[in-house]
Design a protein around this ligand. Sequence first.
Ligand SMILES: [Fe+2]
Length: 223
Amino acid sequence: MGKYRTPKASLDISRRIFLHRSAVMLGGVLLAGPALAAKLGCRPTASDILGPFYRFGAPFRARLAGPDELGDRLVLTGTVFGSDCRTPLPGALIEVWQANHAGLYDTNKPGNFTEVTSFHLRGMLYTNEKGQYEVETIMPGRYPVPPNLPGLEKYAGLTRPAHIHMRVMESLHIPLTMQLYFKGDPFIANDPWAGKKPSLAIDLKQDGKLRRGVFDVVLARGL
Ligand SMILES: [Fe+2]
């Protein structure tokens, strides 16, 4: 940091300046080509780790939490787009998993992705014909990083911000794994994952007894 600037950092800055000048230079063209304008500001959604509590094979359902589930009700909606940030992707497969209101997952066996028990607060769903999804659930609780996780030993005991895990797959795009956080969570800043991914934090709105969040996803093209 400080005054020292790595060659890569210089390159990044040069690239940004170049892109900025390109946008200015292409101003007249941009007015005639909104698709190009969109493309210049368009980025694939940031990716994040899968985490130790992923489990393969959750049932198909968009309602993760039944009426008796403790916690504040949350409805998460959004659209999955292709790499141009404009083309909706119907039929994208979304996997969602999260902790309960007390910060507990339905398993306490980290890394056992194929463990077969009943799935709780997990589900899979497809985006509709407009590329949209809607998940009904509860606000997840925070939890500490478990001890003795290979590679994560130094983070043991660190309280993670509340988050929902999501993984999106579509046949012509690169699968994307995310952790979705919530703006204003004081545990985001010191979290080794959330702290570096501000674009994955959702702004929640209160709607009667519901909290609502919108999160659109942009997948990177695989070709
Ligand atoms: Fe998690």
